[in-house]
Write a protein of this length. Structure first.
Length: 330
């Protein structure tokens, strides 16, 4: 039985709504924090990280991109493109998403993956909104940017699946990428609605049952841009740590595609632990413009979700029905 599937007092509903908004903001902030933290150790090996940092746990910039502390990369920037497309149009419009991606590519971002670039260029030159299936499209570029879809479709699993695959296929069309996006979206939504660790683990096990290559129980430490290894890294640390900070520190110290593994881990862990669990010292180091936009977008997207609109209708109906009864008794 869901939060709004049982009769509760107005104060309880408001507390539940506040918790959901907090976890939604936490999911989007988690992407940005994980991105900025992991950018420092991207393409490094765990041994190189240990030699240089001991344990990397501060947002200090640098890395192969020579970033300023708090600067985010394509993971957060593409997520914001998706969010802007939804919020500007007040509905889902895949062409609007593609236009935002195109404008972003033309802005000469600090980093852009080759598969993402190819997909956006195909839209530019061919007006193509779905890249054909490709065995080389099993990267993590569609997964890293999908948090706005998880927030916007909260309460509608079918819509989540449809929209998360639509945005993915702009650049990545591979069954493993699709499966990772759907499973991660389900985990984010379940966490936002208050699911416990066991419920999230059930979703992860269902993914592994369908696609055994995602098996993460015996983690081998590979954190590449291959979506299977990306998600194995994220799930291993999500389920073997006890806090947002521990989860992200574990992930980014694996190196590899650390900005993206960090962003995806931050997405799920932020939804699970909530925004209050994100270390304040990390938030203070983030670009304040990014903090403001992702925080506002997280709340705005989930407020427009089927979960919130259905709950609002139910409260209006309950309030009107109660008012009518009081009038009859007067």
């Amino acid at each position: 039985m869901g939060i709004f599937d049982q009769p509760v007092g107005e104060s309880t509903v408001m507390r539940d709504e506040a918790a959901i908004l907090s976890r939604a903001r936490g999911a989007f902030l988690g992407v940005a924090v994980g991105d900025a933290l992991g950018a420092t150790t991207e393409f490094m090996s765990p041994a190189e990280i240990r030699a240089r940092f001991g344990v990397h746990r501060r947002i200090v910039g640098g890395g192969w991109l020579h970033l300023k502390p708090g600067r985010v990369t394509d993971d957060t920037e593409m997520s914001l493109c998706l969010a802007r497309a939804i919020l500007k149009n007040k509905t889902w419009d895949l062409k609007a998403v593609a236009d935002e991606f195109l404008a972003w590519m033309r802005s000469k971002p600090v980093d852009i993956g080759s598969t993402v670039r190819r997909g956006i260029r195909d839209y530019l030159f061919k007006e193509q909104l779905e890249t054909p299936p490709n065995e080389w499209d099993a990267g993590n570029g569609a997964l890293m940017r999908m948090v706005p879809v998880a927030l916007y479709t909260l309460g509608d699993q079918q819509q989540l699946q449809q929209l998360v695959i639509a945005q993915a296929h702009l650049t990545h069309n591979h069954p493993l990428s699709d499966a990772a996006c759907i499973a991660t979206g389900r985990m984010v939504q379940a966490a936002i609605l208050g699911a416990d660790r066991f419920a999230l683990h059930t979703i992860a096990r269902e993914l592994v049952a369908q696609y055994p290559s995602f098996h993460f129980k015996d983690y081998h430490g590979r954190a590449s841009g291959y979506v299977v290894e990306t998600l194995q890294t994220v799930l291993h640390f999500l389920f073997t740590t006890g806090s947002f900070e521990e989860c992200l520190v574990g992930v980014v110290n694996q190196g590899g595609d650390a900005d993206t593994t960090g962003a995806i881990a931050g997405m799920i862990a932020g939804a699970f632990y909530g925004e209050a669990a994100i270390p304040s010292q990390w938030l203070k180091r983030l670009d304040p413009t990014v903090v403001r936009e992702v925080t506002e977008a997280g709340a705005a997207l989930v407020s427009r979700s089927p979960h919130f609109t259905a709950a609002h209708r139910e409260r209006l109906f309950a309030g009107g029905e109660g008012h009518d009864k009081r009038r009859q008794q007067g």
